[in-house]
Design a binder for this molecule. Structure first.
Ligand code: HAM
Length: 431
């Protein structure tokens, strides 16, 4: 019988040990960090109605036009999509459950997103985001908070070469005026536009500024700048954001061409970029999206947020000399014979009751081969139980990381002896 080899879908990665240790460490740090700013976890489904993303992200965007994993549910014909990002689902949930009724909400999430892009280093079809969303806040203070949060996390992780780029997209009226000027500008230079540009000219000219086509860059460089179209309120808001982050000591660069690839943004937008990851330079991005809640059917309320690309961040963390030591067990229990096995099970559970990490040897084998496994596990101590030990009510205790003889301790005294070895010794060493 010939079977096709089963493999993971292209662009969707397995995350295996020891790489997965980095992920866990990162996720733990993220939770602590988000809590430190008063953000609470939200978990929304990975599958949402396709219409949600069309309405939130915009019909004429790369994501909606060509990157969504959309399908029809064969059982009931519903049009569904694997979420390409987390903001839309988060906002849907906040509206659906009336969360803003209780006041503004600071929320965060962490999980897989899906975009059908061409996979390369730092770009995948299943990737992960940490998302931070602050809903119901209108002022520039929250924009500044979001930026300070990023700066703190990079600092805590020791990331090198991360820079903040920031821009303001103004209000929809200001964008309309800018859009008019932009269309006029590009119309006058229609022949210099590429195919995508021509198509986008009428439907979504702002997206032309987002083009990665090198042949278009000069044309884009000369286009009217949105910053020059900002009205008083937008200008004051932007200036206050800049003043707050400046006072906090976060350097930034205003990038008037920063437009973001999703349509829901207004006013402040920002990206954290690094020159270290080649073409996939953005490790984190976001901004204000004051119109989205209303656009998705909620009572009008302002909001802002950002998302970190976890794969990119971990690459950079590793390149910056980040150090995650794999967690090793405290104790490895080896045993031989049925009576010893039963005692070993009980003993391991008792040690876990004390909060220790204990690996109980499974699968039999000689003491010698079990001790090799104990050593390879990285555990500090091995506990040894054979017929002799069971007969005499004792257990063998063998330090694995130091030259020290094996001891025999009474089984009732085993927990104390283990704790003494693991913690007492350390204190003694340090004194
Ligand atoms: P985004 O810019 O589309 O924004 O994605 C945020 C980050 O996710 C990117 O900067 C990048 O680090 C990572 N990312 C995106 N696509 C991929 C991919 N194919 N492979 C690996 N990493 C990727 C959003 O998604 C918005 N929801 C952010 C936001 C939250 N705005 C307000 N709140």
């Amino acid at each position: 019988m010939s079977a096709t080899k089963l493999q993971a879908v292209r662009g969707m990665n397995d995350i295996l040990p020891p790489e997965s240790d980095w992920w866990e460490e990162f996720e733990e740090r993220v939770r602590t960090w988000a809590r430190a700013y008063g953000y609470r976890p939200i978990r929304t489904p990975i599958v949402e109605p396709t219409a949600l993303f069309k309405r939130a992200i915009g019909e004429v965007t790369d994501i909606v036009e060509k990157e969504m994993y959309s399908f029809e549910d064969v059982l009931n014909g519903e049009h569904l999509t694997l979420r390409p990002e987390g903001t839309a689902g988060c906002v849907r949930a906040v509206i659906e459950h009336n969360l803003l009724f209780q006041g503004p909400q600071r929320l965060y999430y962490l999980g897989p997103m899906f975009r059908h892009e061409r996979p390369q280093k730092g770009r995948y079809r299943q990737f992960h985001q940490v998302g931070i969303e602050a809903l119901g806040f209108a002022g520039p203070d929250i924009d500044a908070e979001l930026i300070l949060m990023g700066a703190r996390l990079w600092d805590e992780l020791g990331l090198q070469d991360v820079r903040l780029e920031i821009n303001s997209l103004g209000s929809s009226e200001e964008r309309t005026a800018h859009r008019r000027a932009l269309v006029e500008y590009f119309r006058a230079r229609y022949d210099e536009l590429d195919e995508d540009g021509k198509r986008r000219l009428e439907r979504n000219p702002l997206r032309i500024l987002d083009s990665k086509n090198p042949a278009m860059q000069e044309l884009i460089e000369g286009a009217p700048r949105l910053l020059d179209f900002l009205g008083e309120e937008s200008r004051v808001h932007f200036e206050r954001v800049l003043a707050l982050i400046e006072a906090a000591g976060v350097p930034y660069r205003i990038n008037p061409r920063l437009v973001r690839g999703l349509d829901y943004y207004n006013r402040t937008v920002f990206e954290w970029v690094t020159p270290r990851l080649g073409a996939q330079a953005t490790i984190c991005a976001g901004g204000r999206y004051d119109g989205l809640i209303e656009q998705l059917g909620g009572r009008p309320a302002p909001a802002a947020g950002f998302a970190i690309g976890v794969e990119r961040l971990l690459l950079l963390w590793q390149m910056s000399g980040g150090n995650v030591t794999p967690k090793v067990p405290d104790v490895y229990v080896v045993h031989q014979g049925e009576r010893a096995e039963a005692v070993a099970f009980q003993l391991a559970e008792r040690l876990r009751d004390l909060g220790l990490d204990v690996v109980l040897h499974c699968g039999g084998g000689s003491f010698k081969s079990q001790m090799k496994k104990a050593d390879a596990s990285g555990a500090a101590l091995a506990l040894i139980l054979g017929e002799d030990e069971v007969d005499s009510g004792t257990v063998g205790l063998k330090p694995l990381r130091q030259e020290a003889p094996q001891q025999r301790v009474a089984i009732e005294a085993c927990e104390d002896a283990v704790m003494q070895w693991l913690y007492g010794q350390e204190e003694g060493d340090g004194a």
